[in-house]
Ligand binder design. Structure first.
Ligand code: ADP
Ligand code: ZN
Ligand code: ZN
Length: 749
């Protein structure tokens, strides 16, 4: 009987393809191995075997596997289950998951090349005796440099050091390359080459370096462990600087001691530098770091080590580390679990790494810990409902006070002509005091993506949708305001309906302008800027951080990058220049985000010996969200937010799925989206909204349209996916729409 294998290829189309397994391979091929297969006329790909069976595919004759690449599986059983779950849940193909999950080095056929390093050492008898025979000494009498190097090496050899890399020897012996080459030429030194690890293995580490926990931290820690006995997921809600990282370290240590692996997820690479150096001191060589800036060869090495379960017990990484081959995962930590950057936007799979990590933990029977000072509404809701354990840590380490938060009414200050450009007198005053005492200042200005938002320059009024309670998007081309949840639209008002002013303008003052104003107000202050314009590269970003850390700059201006859990010692004042642009952002999560951003930036204020000050500038100081910020009252924000979510059926009271359409022609893509929307609406009445033109309606020559589904939680997700796929099929059967690209975004953020 013939044997067949289903193979997933790293391509976007359909599901696995079936190939014939040649007889010579039948005994050795295993699920999870890579194979090389032909596709189409004369293309060949590397794919992964997902199933071995004896059912010949119906219809066309099937092709034969060319070559078996691995003798042992490269993907573990649980990994395959996880990858399949991801394809199903996020409505993409297994090939897209494979593309995202496998390091490039493993997707190609050429074999991974171990890193080799050349060493120099004393040749044969010299090395053994450590003594230089008389005749050699004489022959070297006229090569003084060579002799010095030789004697240096012999002295070292007698003390137990035998090998040097070339650069090391050159610097230690203080000689040139030519001198060493000369010695090698005379047969006195020899060069050897050996395989070495690419992963860093130096640095002193010691578990003894773990800080003892404070009483509050200890309580939180045992409470987490206690909660885990009942519920595998626990939310740690700890204010900024309460020492969540210290708690993680203790839990990691315990898990490693049981011989289990730990996955520690962080939302962004930018964050990893500070935290990894802290973890490295404790866990050293047992730890590896996995993100997009790690070289491809290193990623392959990490993968290979994990698969044989040799080293890498602790993986610290960004979202793509959920794809790694864990054998005995015991604990998953998701730090800053509320961060939207956990969601992959482009390309597929558009997964949420926090939610994916929870699924991964579940498959392994591992414990999971979500940590944040400002949890996402969704996670907090699960904790409140008892689905997750819930542990709160409400004091900072060493009982440092939380900063004082002052709200400044920019509108009335402007009326009284008391604003100096973008700065209120209180903020100017606080900055001046901080600079005088040699302290530092952070200024925060939100500028998220392209959200053309319109507002009255005088009173701060922004147009909102009467049906959805979100701000309307301003579409420059049509001159209309539109809601991106229900499609409601209205013409642009020429006067402000609230105050009658004619000054309606696009939101936003830029960070550059702020920098200019600062130079005028504080000519001697050293100002650093950190935003998407200046952060073209990681180096820029790190330099801005290090400059500020080492106090080469006094004031740091930035966008939301500033909020990312950075730990600075001398920040006395934090200024939030324009709270309104955050709160009015046209997204139903705007208030939640604004609260999180404001609390996170506030968390940067405060020093060991001095309470920090936060100045929040707004045109609408009466908003209850700002009260919640001033009182550090997460609960108040949560309760009010949940009322809104309930009233307008947003998550967690519903599930959202966005369907995107792309095509070169605006007319075609619009008609295709309309056609699709009406088809879906006939199956899911009252749950389909759109199509809309997104704020950025054309990307790389392709026009975009989007429809949004707001789904009742009780509906079967698999049923809905079925509708979505069959509507896609119907659409693509129509010759007019065959070339319209379509993709799904499940749980968009
Ligand atoms: P969080 O992650 O909750 O914002 P961190 O873990 O970064 O807080 O801790 C804030 C600061 O307090 C850090 O500088 C950390 O080294 C220090 N710290 C926290 N807990 C301890 C402890 N138990 N012993 C010594 N230092 C601690
Ligand atoms: Zn107005
Ligand atoms: Zn609406």
């Amino acid at each position: 009987m013939s044997c067949y294998a289903d193979i997933v290829l790293p391509l976007a189309f359909g599901s696995a393809l079936t190939y014939l397994v040649p007889e010579c391979m039948a005994a050795s091929v295993q699920v999870g191995c890579r194979v090389k297969v032909p596709l189409g006329q004369n293309r060949h790909y590397v794919g992964i075997v997902t199933r071995i069976h004896e059912q010949a595919p119906s219809g066309c004759s099937c092709k034969t596997i060319d070559e078996l690449v691995d003798s042992e599986p490269l993907l573990l059983e649980k990994q395959l289950v996880f990858w399949q779950w991801m394809a199903d849940y996020y409505a993409c193909t297994p090939g897209e998951v494979m593309k995202a999950g496998l390091p490039i080095g493993l997707k190609r056929t050429e074999n991974y090349r171990p890193k080799r390093c050349r060493y120099v050492r004393l040749a044969g008898s010299l090395a053994q005796t450590g003594v230089c025979p008389q005749e050699i000494r004489q022959s070297m009498a006229r090569a003084g440099r060579q002799q010095q190097v030789l004697e240096f090496m012999m002295a070292q050899t007698r003390q137990g050091r035998f090998e040097w890399t070339l650069p090391a020897l050159m610097s230690e012996a203080g000689c040139s390359r030519a001198v060493i080459d000369g010695l090698v030429g005379r047969g006195l030194l020899e060069e050897v080459e050996r395989e070495v690890s690419r992963l860093e293995t130096d640095g002193e580490t010691s578990l003894a370096g773990i800080h003892p926990l404070s009483r509050e931290q200890q309580q939180a820690c045992s409470s987490i462990v206690e909660n885990w006995k009942q519920k595998p997921v626990c939310l740690l809600h700890g204010v900024t600087s309460s020492g969540k990282t210290e708690i993680y370290i203790h839990l990691i240590k315990d898990c490693l001691a049981r011989g289990e692996q730990v996955l520690y997820l962080l939302p962004e690479i930018a964050l990893t530098t500070q935290i990894t150096s802290r973890l490295k001191k404790v866990f050293g060589n047992g730890m590896c770091v996995y993100h997009s800036k790690v070289s491809e060869a290193e990623r392959v090495e990490i993968w290979n080590r994990l698969i044989v379960h040799d080293g890498c017990q602790l993986v610290v990484g960004v979202r793509s580390s959920v794809f790694l081959p864990f054998r005995r995962l015991g604990l998953v930590i998701v730090d800053e679990e509320h961060e939207p950057s956990y969601k992959q936007q482009e390309p597929a799979p558009r997964y949420h790494a926090r939610n994916a990590a929870l699924m991964l933990a579940r498959l392994h029977g591992a414990k999971a810990l979500l940590g944040s000072a400002t949890p996402s509404i969704e996670s907090y809701n699960r904790a409140v409902e008892g689905k997750y354990g819930h542990v709160t840590l409400s004091v900072r380490y060493n009982h440092l006070p939380l900063p004082e938060i002052l709200v400044e009414d920019v509108k009335s200050l402007r009326r009284r002509k008391e604003m100096q450009g973008s700065f209120s007198p209180v903020l100017t005053d606080e900055i001046g005091k901080a600079l005088d005492s040699g302290d530092q200042v952070m200024l925060f200005l939100n500028r998220r993506g392209y959200a053309p938002l319109l507002s009255c320059h005088n009173c701060g009024w922004t147009p909102r949708c009467p049906h959805c309670d979100v701000s309307l998007h301003y579409h420059k081309q049509s001159g209309r305001l539109q809601c991106h949840y229900c499609g409601w639209s209205q013409p642009l008002p020429t006067v402000c309906p609230q105050c009658g002013s004619h000054e309606m303008s696009d939101m936003g003052i830029g960070t550059e302008k702020i920098e200019e104003e600062l130079h005028a107000l504080f000519p001697s202050a050293r100002v650093g800027r950190m935003d998407t314009d200046t952060m073209k590269s990681r180096q820029h970003y790190e330099r801005a951080i290090v400059d500020f850390e080492e106090h080469r700059t006094d004031i740091l201006i930035g966008t939301q990058m500033l909020t990312k859990g950075l730990d600075f010692g001398r920040v006395r004042v934090v200024g939030i220049l324009d709270a309104d642009s955050m709160m009015n952002f046209p997204d139903f999560r705007a208030h939640e985000r604004a609260f999180q951003l404001m609390m996170q930036v506030s968390g940067r204020a405060g020093r060991k010996d001095c309470r920090g000050t936060v100045v929040v500038q707004t045109r609408d100081p009466g908003q209850s969200l700002l009260q919640a910020v001033v009182n550090n009252d997460y609960r108040q924000m949560y309760i009010e937010e949940m009322q809104q979510r309930h009233q307008f059926s947003y998550p967690p009271y519903s599930y959202l799925i966005d369907v995107w359409f792309k095509h070169r022609e605006a007319r075609t893509v619009k008609k295709a989206a309309e056609c699709y929307a009406s088809w879906i609406a006939s199956r899911l009445p009252d749950m389909v909204f759109g199509p809309f033109s997104p704020a950025v309606a054309r990307i790389k020559g392709l026009c975009l349209q989007k429809i949004s589904l707001k789904l009742t939680p009780s509906l079967s997700m698999s049923k809905i996916k079925e509708y979505l796929y069959s509507a896609q099929e119907t659409l693509h059967k129509n010759p007019d729409y065959r070339s319209v690209q379509l993709f799904f975004d499940v749980d968009p953020v």
